[in-house]
Design a protein around this ligand. Structure first.
Ligand code: NAD
Length: 485
């Protein structure tokens, strides 16, 4: 029985490289059936604001697996990226990207005889990719960075499970918890909580800037790294550079119900329609997908043929030995097909069941809501009111002090996160948005209503831009101090 999956050819070079990959799969007798779905630029242009037809959505949700070519999101039409939307709507929470040196793909590391074989697992839903941004004053834009305990746990557990399946001995967590103490701090804390369940995997953490430096100087130090969304996005492109570029970077977006396999690169509009694109990244993504579906023998067969072909020096125009003529997409696919059954001299792949985590295609009846610890004690301790003002900090403080009540005292004013009152520096440059922090007085209890009253009182003198409640959870501060506070 063949397994049915949804296929979207994509835009730009998408249809060219997808045709090449499906032709290789067919020649390798891969037991897949395809339902082609309509997604991408032309569906945005046809007025589908989500970039896909209702039938495409139904097919993908029914089959649980989408193999997709790159897609273009029209610029300036106010529509969100279809690639990001698909990952978020279907909760493909773990983005796995495998990077390894390939014979025939020269890099500084291959020339130095340093092999690279590492996997980045990037959180795929949260972080700044919620795209929740507001222009608060004409000069000040803010974006929300959302990191949740359940969301972090999901991707971190996936990373540990993947490390185990691949026979890795270590997993590192990349983060910036020294600066983003609550968001990255929560991700890091969750990492070490989950690490306790995997004593066979050596767990460690590394600050993301140090990680980047070490990746470009000593990439062999790492086997697998798990990161939050934006940092993972940047670090994975860096890793693509280590192994020869985006043309060699496959990607799996894994969810509990729906998963999406695609190349990391985009639609390459500069070479679209010329039949010269490199299908390797999409083919490597397809190989990841075959393993995921449990077709490990077929995956090894196709991969060995690809590695053999690269080893022979067959290459498209974007890589390889410039003194050897490049081939077009179809000829490259023909070579991989002709080499099926052959194995590379170095790095032969054995068809072991290494990443078989086939999705369950259950259809949940309602959205899943996860609360990790319902019985947390919470205490409201104050408020940050963000206001627009072009006044100096002292003038602002004078007005804000008049708004103090029996329960609230003004404790701090900051500008761009740096404290400017009660103490500060004359050298701190200001913009026209301030944070005014009130905290409750010792021994008092405050309500949200009182807090909103404070904000309302401030609105008599300023434009209030936003209000954040200050909380303690189980006695721990749920907010950060200002720089200099
Ligand atoms: P890109 O990856 O499409 O192209 C960057 C450069 O790499 C170009 O010079 C291109 O010719 C080259 N390149 C990329 N893939 C190649 C391949 N397989 N073979 C040979 N050369 C290749 O990035 P971009 O130009 O920033 O983006 C173009 C479009 O793709 C945008 O609309 C963007 O939104 C979209 N995009 C989609 C995805 C996705 O579907 N997952 C990812 C990234 C970008």
């Amino acid at each position: 029985m063949k397994t049915k999956i949804a296929v979207a050819k994509g835009d730009g070079i998408g249809p060219e490289i997808m045709a090449a990959v499906l032709r290789i799969f067919e020649a390798a007798n891969v037991q897949l059936d395809y339902e082609f779905v309509e997604m991408g630029k032309s569906y945005f242009d046809a007025g589908h604001s989500t970039g896909m037809t209702a039938a495409a959505k139904e097919t993908i949700e029914r089959l649980g697996l989408l193999f997709k070519g790159p897609m273009e999101t029209p610029k300036g039409k106010g529509v969100k990226s279809i690639n990001v939307t698909a990952r978020k709507v279907w909760n493909t929470y773990a983005n796995q990207r495998d990077f390894r040196s390939l014979n025939g793909v020269d890099t500084v590391f291959s020339k130095a005889g340093i092999p690279i074989n590492l996997t980045i697992v990037r959180e795929n839903i949260e972080d700044t990719y919620g795209g929740i941004e507001h222009l608060l004053t004409n000069d000040v834009a803010v974006g929300r960075r959302i990191i949740t305990r359940p969301g972090s746990a999901q991707v971190i557990r996936y990373a540990f499970e993947m490390a185990r399946r691949k026979g890795y001995t270590k997993l590192a967590c990349g983060h910036k918890a020294n600066i983003m103490k609550l968001t990255d701090g929560l991700f890091l804390e969750t990492f070490y909580e989950i690490a306790r369940e995997y004593p066979d995997i050596e767990s460690s953490d590394i600050i993301v800037d140090d990680l980047c430096m070490k990746l470009v100087s000593r990439p062999e130090m790492f086997q697998a790294i798990v990161l939050t969304n934006l940092q993972g996005d940047i670090v994975s492109d860096l890793c693509a550079g280590l192994v020869g570029g985006l043309g060699f970077a496959p990607s799996a977006n894994i969810g509990d119900n729906i998963s999406i396999f695609e190349a990391v690169h985009g639609t390459a509009p500069d070479i679209a329609g010329r039949g010269i694109a490199n299908p390797t990244a999409l083919l490597l993504s397809g190989i990841l997908m075959l393993r995921y579906l449990g077709f490990t023998t077929a995956a090894a067969n196709v991969e060995n043929s690809l590695l053999y072909t690269l080893e022979q020096g067959v290459h498209t125009g974007d890589f390889g030995d410039k003194s050897v003529a490049s081939v077009n997409t179809d000829t490259f696919a023909d070579a991989v097909i002709a080499n099926l059954g052959k194995v590379p001299a170095k790095g032969e792949v054995i068809g072991q069941p290494d990443v078989q985590v086939k999705a369950n295609h259950d259809h949940p009846l309602k959205n899943k809501l996860t609360v990790t610890k319902a019985a947390t004690t919470e205490e409201m301790v104050g408020v940050d009111v963000f206001v627009e003002s072009s006044k100096q900090p002292n003038e602002l403080a004078e007005i804000a002090q008049r708004k103090q009540t029996d329960n609230f005292k003004l404790v701090m004013i900051s500008n761009r996160g740096t404290q400017v009152w009660p103490t500060g520096s004359i050298f701190t440059e200001l913009v026209n948005e301030y944070r005014i922090r009130f905290e409750k007085k010792d021994g008092t209890e405050i309500t949200q209503k009182e807090i909103l009253h404070i904000a309302a009182d401030l609105s008599e003198d300023f434009k209030v831009c936003s209000v954040e409640f200050l909380m303690k959870f189980d006695g721990k501060l749920g907010y950060t101090l200002a720089q200099g506070q």
